[in-house]
Design a protein around this ligand. Structure first.
Ligand code: SIN
Length: 188
């Protein structure tokens, strides 16, 4: 298409494990952010980073005034779309539901400007406060302790945090909440 956007594009936006563990086919990926949302380790995980009765903590998005949340956008359009969505729905079944959000792509010229010529929307998995695995806020020391003690079928909970923090640094993204929990975990 003339504007560079193909008719069958389908974007998903990852802000947690989807940033650093894309176990699905995609055609392109680009760092991106969503406006009006903050990332918090307030979602319980009983199927990946914890078990029933001893949940780990993973991230979800909460509405936040003037907030932005950086992550990775993937174009999963094309012949694999239905199978990829089914895979993602299964992977994110532990309390996450689907939202649609406007994506912001910084331009590639290093000046941090956002491409406004084209409007992009993405499917995003969020754990809203009414889902059964939602844990909600806790002080950072409590969150770090719970994460340090948890593990599930996908591995230790601290791996989730450390890999997310590394992936955010790789794309030049700041997130004080993630980096605070990371620092507490690294301190041991
Ligand atoms: C996401 O990464 O976008 C959702 C949360 C997760 O799977 O960690």
């Amino acid at each position: 298409m003339a504007d560079g956007k193909s008719a069958d594009e389908f974007w998903i936006f990852g802000y947690g494990s989807l940033v650093w563990r894309p176990d699905f086919p995609y055609r392109h990926r680009r760092p991106a952010y969503v406006e009006g949302w903050v990332r918090r380790f307030w979602q319980g995980s009983t199927d990946h980073r914890g078990v029933p009765g001893a949940p780990g903590r993973v991230v979800t998005l909460l509405p936040g005034q003037n907030a932005i949340c950086w992550g990775m956008a993937y174009d999963i359009g094309g012949p694999d779309l239905d199978a990829t969505l089914a895979h993602l729905d299964y992977r994110e079944k532990g309390g996450y539901s689907v939202e649609r959000m406007r994506l912001c792509f910084p331009s590639g010229d290093g000046r941090g400007e956002v491409e406004f010529a084209q409007v992009y929307f993405a499917q995003v998995y969020i754990g809203s406060p009414d889902n059964p695995n939602y844990l909600g806020p806790a002080d950072p020391a409590h969150i770090a302790r719970q994460i340090r003690e948890s593990r599930g079928p996908s591995g230790p909970n601290d791996e989730y945090v450390l890999r997310l923090a590394d992936a955010l640094r790789d794309i030049g993204a700041d997130d004080p909440h993630v980096f605070e929990i990371e620092a507490l975990l690294r301190r041991g």
